[in-house]
Design a protein around this ligand. Structure first.
Ligand code: GCO
Length: 454
C-alpha cells in the first residue's frame, strides 16, 4: 500500500507568474505589476507582462494537462484582475477569463484548486496601507465572497493564502519582493496578524457564499527539519526545531508555528508570544476565534529541509551539510527526507488531512538536438522526494501533491532564469514542450506511484 486510491496528483502555478496582463482586459495593477517596472528589482529586468501568455493560451494548456494525465491543477486568481481597485467595481472580463479557465479544466477532466492569494495584492489597496491596514480583513473577505459567488458552482477546493512567510518576510521585512518595503519588525507583526485575520474572514465568506460544500485549506511554506538518524532523541530534536521560532528576529517570518498554530490550534505558539512580546499588536480572543475559523485540509509548500540532531546540551543542533552536497540549479539543497518527516511532523501537530501544495526543482533545461527536453535531474529529484512521500502516505491522511510547476514561469526576482516546469516554455515563440519529466510524472500518476521505491 502506498498512496491512497483517490490520491490527487496535480501541478501548480500562480497568476502573475504565468498569465501575462492580457492588455485587452481591464485588469488593475497588483504590486508585482508595479514592482517589476523598476528593472533593477528583477533579473534581466524581466516582468510578468507576457509571462507564459496563459491569458490567451489557457485552453491549450488545459489540453496539455490532460495529455500529462494530471488529476488536478492548483492556480491562483489575480485579485486585481477581478477587482481592479481591490474593492468596489468588478471587472467582468476578468471574471469571464477565470470562468473560461475553470470550464477548460473541467472539459479536460482536471479538478480545479483555487488559491485566493498568491501575492497579487491590488496596488490601490497597497496605497491604502495594504496588510498594515486592518480594513484589509474586510477587503479580502469581500474578494473571497466574489470568488465564491462566481466560481464555487464548479470549484469546491480553495486555499486562502500562499506562503505568508514569503509575502510578509520577503515583501515587507527584507524588501526583496514586491512591494519592496523594509518595515519594522513591529509593523510586520501587525501585518501578520491582519494576514491571519484575513485568512479567517475569507474562510467565513467562502463558507457563507459557497454554492456547495467546499474544502478549504491554507498553503504556508518553510524549510522542514529532519533527524540525522532515527534515534528518538534526533527525531525529538528535529520536531522541536521545526516548530521553534527563528534564531534571528530580522528573519522572524521563516517559521511554521507562528503562521499555522493560530489557524489550526487557535493560539499563537507560547515560545513566540514570549519571544516577540515587545513587537506584538493587541491580540483579542475574538481575533483568535476568527483566525481559527475551521478549515478542512492543511497545505504546505515543501522544497527542502535542515538536518537536525540532539546536541550534547539537550538542544537541537543543525548538522552542517558536507562539501558537495547535492543542490538544484537555484542552489537549493536536495533533501528528499523532508518530504517524509515534514508531513509526518505537521500531521502529528495539526491532525488535518495534508496536501503538499508545492514541491519541485529548478533545472538548467533546454531543447536538445532531438527537439526534446531531457531533464534527468528533475526525474531523479522527483523519484527521491516522492519515494519519501509514499512512505509517509502509509502513516498519515495525505490527500494530494501539486508539482511546482506545471510550466516554466516567472520566478519572481529571478525572472525567467529559473525553470521549474514539467512543460518547457520557449519564451520567444510561447511554444510548449512536455519535458521528459512530464512523461515520467504521467506514468507515475497512471500507476499511482507503484513504480517508486518502497
Ligand atoms: C514560492 C512560490 C512559488 C515559487 C516556487 C519556486 O514558493 O515562492 O509559491 O511561486 O515560484 O516556490 O520558488
Amino acid at each position: 500500500m502506498g498512496f491512497a486510491k483517490n490520491f490527487v496528483w496535480g501541478a501548480a502555478t500562480s497568476a502573475y507568474q504565468i498569465e501575462g496582463t492580457g492588455a485587452e482586459d481591464r485588469k488593475g495593477k497588483n504590486i508585482w505589476d508595479i514592482y517589476t517596472k523598476e528593472p533593477w528589482h528583477i533579473y534581466g529586468g524581466h516582468t510578468g507582462d507576457i509571462a507564459c501568455d496563459h491569458y490567451h493560451r489557457f485552453r491549450e494548456d488545459a489540453v496539455l494537462m490532460k495529455e500529462m494525465g494530471l488529476k488536478a491543477y492548483r492556480f491562483s486568481i489575480d485579485w486585481s484582475r477581478v477587482l481592479p481597485e481591490g474593492i468596489g467595481k468588478v471587472n467582468e472580463v476578468g471574471i469571464e477569463f477565470y470562468s473560461n479557465v475553470i470550464n477548460a479544466l473541467l472539459e479536460n477532466g482536471i479538478e480545479p484548486y483555487i488559491t485566493l492569494y498568491h501575492w497579487e495584492l491590488p496596488y490601490e489597496l497597497y496605497k491604502r496601507g495594504g496588510w498594515m491596514n486592518p480594513e484589509i480583513i474586510e477587503w479580502f473577505g469581500n474578494y473571497a465572497k466574489l470568488v465564491a459567488e462566481c466560481f464555487s458552482d464548479r470549484v469546491t477546493h480553495f486555499f486562502t493564502l500562499n506562503e505568508p512567510q514569503c509575502f510578509i518576510g520577503l515583501g515587507c521585512l527584507t524588501g526583496e519582493h514586491a512591494p519592496g518595503i523594509k518595515a519594522s519588525i513591529k509593523d510586520t507583526f501587525i501585518m501578520s496578524h491582519n494576514v491571519l485575520k484575513s485568512h479567517g474572514r475569507a474562510v467565513q465568506m467562502l463558507r457563507q457564499y459557497g454554492k456547495q460544500p467546499l474544502t478549504i485549506g491554507y498553503a504556508p511554506t518553510c524549510s522542514m527539519c529532519y533527524p540525522e538518524t532515527d534515534k528518538p532523541e534526533d527525531i525529538k530534536a528535529a520536531r522541536q526545531k521545526l516548530f521553534s521560532m527563528q534564531e534571528d528576529d530580522k528573519n522572524w517570518t521563516w517559521n511554521v508555528a507562528w503562521w499555522s498554530d493560530p489557524v489550526i490550534l487557535g493560539h499563537y505558539p507560547k515560545e513566540g508570544l514570549q519571544r516577540y512580546e515587545a513587537y506584538l499588536p493587541d491580540i483579542t480572543d475574538e481575533d483568535m476565534k476568527l483566525i481559527a475559523e475551521p478549515i478542512d485540509v492543511y497545505g504546505q509548500n515543501i522544497y527542502n529541509g535542515r538536518c537536525i540532531r540532539m546536541g550534547e546540551d539537550g538542544q537541537p543542533q543543525e548538522v552542517k551539510r558536507p562539501v558537495g552536497f547535492p543542490r538544484t540549479a537555484m542552489y537549493w539543497p536536495v533533501t528528499p527526507e523532508c518530504l517524509y518527516w515534514g508531513p509526518k511532523f505537521l500531521y502529528e501537530r495539526y491532525n488535518k488531512p495534508i496536501y503538499i501544495t508545492e514541491n519541485g526543482v529548478s533545472c538548467c533545461d533546454s531543447v536538445s538536438l532531438d527537439g526534446k527536453v531531457h531533464d534527468p535531474d528533475r526525474i531523479d529529484f522527483l523519484a527521491r522526494y516522492l519515494t519519501q512521500l509514499k512512505k509517509v502516505a502509509k502513516e498519515i491522511d495525505l490527500r494530494g501533491y501539486f508539482q511546482w510547476s506545471l510550466m516554466d514561469n516567472f520566478e519572481w526576482t529571478r525572472g525567467y532564469s529559473e525553470r521549474f516546469g514539467l512543460i518547457f516554455i520557449d519564451y520567444q515563440t510561447q511554444s510548449r514542450i512536455l519535458k521528459d519529466s512530464a512523461y515520467w510524472y504521467k506514468e507515475l500518476i497512471r500507476t499511482n506511484g507503484k513504480n517508486l521505491g518502497e
